[in-house]
Design a protein around this ligand. Structure first.
Ligand SMILES: Cc1cc2nc3c(=O)[nH]c(=O)nc-3n(C[C@H](O)[C@H](O)[C@H](O)COP(=O)(O)O)c2cc1C
Length: 174
């Protein structure tokens, strides 16, 4: 592993405050490509990505996400303008792991491009909801897909400090 990549991994932080600045299509595509390049069980590539930049659809997803958030927050997406929802095919045994790795790659790609990104939870609930199902239908996503997570993207308003302290006692050796 090059030191550059290692440094990037160690410096990555979740962004929880975004500006309104538009993210270029090239950058969005690069993040998605990095996600879809993730390893997958038996190379079945079960995850799909719903890329949302349309403000109205973004807000529909935000309202839905808030519906399942036990915390009372105005915007669980922190005003991020781009929402990359990752879903994966339940029929594939490794779908949950495959989808998670897609989001992991996206978070790192965003960091490499100078963007802010954060994994936002509750995609499973959002896409089980009737309104979430309607959004999938509008996007042409049909099948037994489960929401794995949202990777929200944008330009950071504030950047968290790094590196993040890792909890001790999590490595065991023989
Ligand atoms: C599976 C998963 C779910 C997460 N869900 C949320 C979420 O719903 N809202 C949020 O603000 N952050 C969420 N995060 C981000 C974590 O809160 C964040 O990664 C953690 O605080 C550590 O910070 P770091 O990413 O900067 O290292 C999630 C992260 C993961 C991996």
């Amino acid at each position: 592993m090059s030191h550059e990549l290692l440094d990037l991994i160690l410096a990555r932080r979740s962004c929880k405050s975004f500006t309104d600045r538009t993210v270029t299509q090239d950058d969005i595509t690069a993040v998605i490509e990095a996600g879809l390049s993730a390893s997958s069980g038996m190379n079945l590539q079960s995850p799909v990505v719903l890329c949302v930049t349309d403000r109205a659809v973004r807000d529909r997803l935000m309202v839905l996400n808030r519906k399942y958030d036990f915390r009372d927050r105005p915007d669980p997406f922190y005003r991020a303008p781009v929402i990359l929802a990752v879903l994966a095919d339940r029929k594939v045994g490794t779908y949950l792991y495959d989808g998670s790795l897609v989001i992991g790659n996206m978070l790192l790609a965003a960091q490499a491009l100078g963007l802010g990104a954060c994994w936002i939870h509750r995609a499973k609930e959002v896409f089980q909801d009737e309104e979430g199902q309607a959004i999938l239908h509008e996007a042409g996503i049909e099948g037994d897909y489960e929401g794995i997570g949202f990777c929200v993207l944008g330009y950071p308003e504030t950047l968290p400090e790094h590196p993040v302290p890792t909890h001790p006692g999590r490595v065991f050796r023989l």
